[in-house]
Design a protein around this ligand. Structure first.
Ligand SMILES: Cc1cc2nc3c(=O)[nH]c(=O)nc-3n(C[C@H](O)[C@H](O)[C@H](O)COP(=O)(O)O)c2cc1C
Length: 362
């Protein structure tokens, strides 16, 4: 993100019951902050758990795997991953948070981490504060960063006939809450997007200090052969398929495909630590051979290389396309976090696509 790009704030409406007050409170917070959002370059969107309709957690794997089996989870993951900060609008039920909110938080893991969160609580006697405290405990476990500023709304003082009464001091609290949230989101950005987000002028920064990226050439072929064998052994094991071309190619094979693909190589201290290739196919930009040295996996290099490859697409490209093994769960999770959607698997291979418009940097 360049310093001036918008902070995406997701207002999560936690209550789901018919006739709830939550929607009114969430819409008030969004409306009253319209000018503050413009001033501090934020974009506010509402995620209404009552409309999203997540079932009770039905994923077989722990959310930290990022390996989601259901489309409703992937859609929720995309929404939360895309946000830079959250405002949770929650009532107090029996001195706690609503079950729907706990459920929605439990569904995901990395998507929440290191992002700031503010609370707008409401209720009867305690103005929702006990519900908010319970939600904060869960939020900090997920490594979210609660702001000090909150809004606490006592229904008896603020609501009449299901509508919010005017209250300038409550509006001021909402403004402060959004301002603090956005300030924190900007500062925390390197923590929750360590791979960096494209800056229209400077391009994405490498996630590891000292990593350089340049077009590959024939002199890289030998190292590419070694790196891709290292990287495709786990793929072969996961997919029970030892016939993968990347495992068997020679230096000559790599030199041959490099004639029809663009290839970029990432180096650290003179060593090849990552690579990616891409080429035009109709109006699709095919991206492949995305590889990262196993000892540097999980440090954001793969996401960074993928984003770089997307940014090299010619103007006529309408979609990005990737292929991976149907059981390559780590790759699938990375691609889905990057906005790709999977198609059906054929012969153990999944094709994933992403429309070009979904990429803010282009
Ligand atoms: C199941 C349930 C439990 C509640 N428990 C509390 C409570 O412990 N403390 C409180 O101040 N209000 C409590 N209330 C009142 C709610 O805060 C109030 O009804 C509020 O409008 C609920 O939010 P919603 O309309 O968005 O669902 C409870 C309401 C419900 C439905």
């Amino acid at each position: 993100m360049s310093k001036n790009s918008a902070v995406r704030v997701l207002v999560i409406i936690a209550s789901t019951r018919p006739g709830r007050l939550g929607r009114t409170v969430g819409e008030w917070f969004t409306r009253i902050n319209h000018h503050v959002a413009v001033d501090c370059a934020a974009e506010i969107a509402i995620a209404d758990l009552g409309q999203i309709g997540l079932p009770l957690l039905d994923e077989p794997e722990h959310p930290s795997s990022g390996n989601y089996h259901h489309e409703h989870t992937r859609a929720w993951s995309r929404l939360v991953a895309d946000a830079d900060a959250f405002v949770i609008v929650t009532p107090e039920y029996n001195h706690g948070m609503p079950a729907a909110l706990k459920n929605a938080m439990d569904y995901l893991h990395e998507e929440w981490a290191y992002k700031p969160v503010s609370f707008v609580g409401y209720g009867n006697t305690s103005a929702g504060t006990r519900g908010v405290h319970m939600a904060k405990q869960v939020a900090t476990t997920l490594r979210m960063m609660p702001t000090g500023a909150t809004v606490a709304l006592r229904i008896g003082d603020h609501v009449s006939d299901g509508l919010l009464l005017d209250d300038p001091s409550r509006d001021a609290a909402a403004h402060n809450t959004l301002r603090e949230l956005v300030r924190l989101a900007r500062v925390l950005r390197p923590l929750y997007r360590p791979d960096g987000e494209a800056d229209a002028e400077a391009g994405p920064q490498p996630p590891l200090p000292g990593v350089t990226l340049r077009p590959g050439d024939a002199a890289d072929a030998a190292e590419l052969v070694v790196l891709q064998r290292c990287c495709w052994v786990p793929e072969a094991i996961a997919n029970e398929d030892w016939d993968l071309p990347a495992l068997h190619e020679t230096g000559d094979d790599v030199r041959a495909w490099a004639e029809s693909w663009k290839v970029w190589c990432a180096h650290l201290d003179g060593r090849l630590v990552g690579a990616v290739r891409a080429r035009l196919d109709g109006d699709a930009w095919d991206i492949g051979r995305l590889m990262v040295a196993p000892d540097l996996a999980g440090r954001g290099l793969g996401t960074w290389l993928l984003r770089f490859a997307e940014e090299q697409a010619p103007a006529e490209v309408r979609s990005f396309r990737l292929h991976t093994g149907a059981r390559s769960h780590r790759n699938l999770a990375l691609y889905e976090r990057s906005g790709y959607r999977r198609g059906a698997a054929h012969d153990g291979v999944v094709t994933l696509t992403k429309p070009v418009l979904a990429t803010a940097a282009r």
